[in-house]
Design a protein. Structure first.
Length: 315
């Protein structure tokens, strides 16, 4: 693996962080960021980010995990961060099939093993990462437990687009418009152009400013709206996941009561039939639980760490 950039000055991660280029089996170049644990270490957290996200966004989370004894590995998924962008317009988030993200997860796991990061492995995912993570778990990803922040098992579609969203997205490939921006999907550089008071991500001004500093200093990390192809692939994958039996391993999930990006009912349904899993609704929280107000963020981290600790104890 060759060294890759890690913008430590905006990540604010723990000491010793680094990044490497890795390649998926289809040749797409990805970036794997990683931070060591403080002290001996209790294992490694595989962190699967959401749509438009990048390694540095989870530097503060890695610092908290390091203090609790866990190394952290974060991936720039295909089409975002410093990974290969898939369209001529690099600001459009695109994937033709959500199954392609599983190639990224396999490359991530191989990279973690090549780096010799300690076990046991645990999974932490956010939003779109939760959709990707659930598929990886069903396919046998070897982790001891899994935590989900606002998993994308359903997405909010604007009222004006609701009647036609599935039809237009589904026909995008046939019509040759899969690489066009999905209408009504929001502006590019969201955190740069959206005032804190109007944002749908967090109620914490410091965390919002943290995200703004990152993409202001390194605009190449930014991503704009999803393509119609991405929307179609997401809708197909979420329908498929809803029909699958949940994996048999300990899990914890949380979602904010003010959530307006992913939909809550599919999350409730999945956790209701998941043995050994627990879901909590965080009153007053928006989409980004790992970037919410300190009390909510700490509550989520404590619950995640308790899950990891319990799962690592032999039965």
């Amino acid at each position: 693996m060759d060294p890759a950039p890690l913008h430590a000055e905006v990540a604010e991660g723990p000491p010793g962080g680094a990044a490497h280029w890795i390649r998926a089996e289809d040749g797409v170049r990805l970036r794997l960021g990683h931070w060591p644990a403080a002290g001996t270490g209790r294992g490694t957290v595989l962190l699967v980010p959401g749509r438009s996200e990048y390694v540095e966004k989870y530097g503060r989370t890695a610092a908290d995990l390091a203090a609790a004894g866990y190394a952290t590995a974060v991936i720039d998924l295909r089409g975002q961060g410093l990974a290969d962008r898939l369209l001529s317009d690099p600001m459009l988030g695109h994937v033709a099939d959500f199954g392609h993200y599983q190639r990224d997860i396999r490359a991530m796991l191989a990279g973690v093993r090549a780096l010799g990061l300690p076990g046991p492995l645990h999974l932490l995912s956010h939003s779109m990462g939760g959709c990707i993570a659930l598929r990886a778990l069903v396919e046998g990803l070897p982790v001891a437990s899994a935590a989900f922040s606002a998993p994308m098992w359903g997405i909010v579609v604007t009222p004006a687009l609701r009647p036609i969203a599935r039809i237009v997205a589904g026909a995008a490939g046939t019509l040759g418009i899969a690489g066009r921006a999905a209408p009504g999907s929001g502006p590019p550089h969201y955190v740069q152009v959206t005032p804190f008071e109007e944002n749908r991500l967090t109620r914490d001004p410091d965390q919002y400013a943290y995200m703004q500093r990152q993409t202001r200093a390194h605009p190449e990390l930014s991503l704009g709206p999803p393509s119609l192809g991405w929307v179609n692939a997401a809708l197909v994958e979420m329908r498929r996941l809803a029909r699958l039996a949940p994996p048999r391993l300990p899990a914890y999930g949380a979602i904010g009561s003010r959530e307006s990006i992913v939909t809550i009912p599919p999350v409730r349904r999945m956790f209701a039939r998941w043995p050994g899993a627990r879901l909590e609704i965080y009153e007053g929280a928006e989409h980004e639980l790992l970037m919410e107000r300190p009390a909510l963020r700490r509550r989520f981290l404590d619950a995640v760490l308790a899950l990891f600790a319990a799962a690592a104890v032999p039965a």
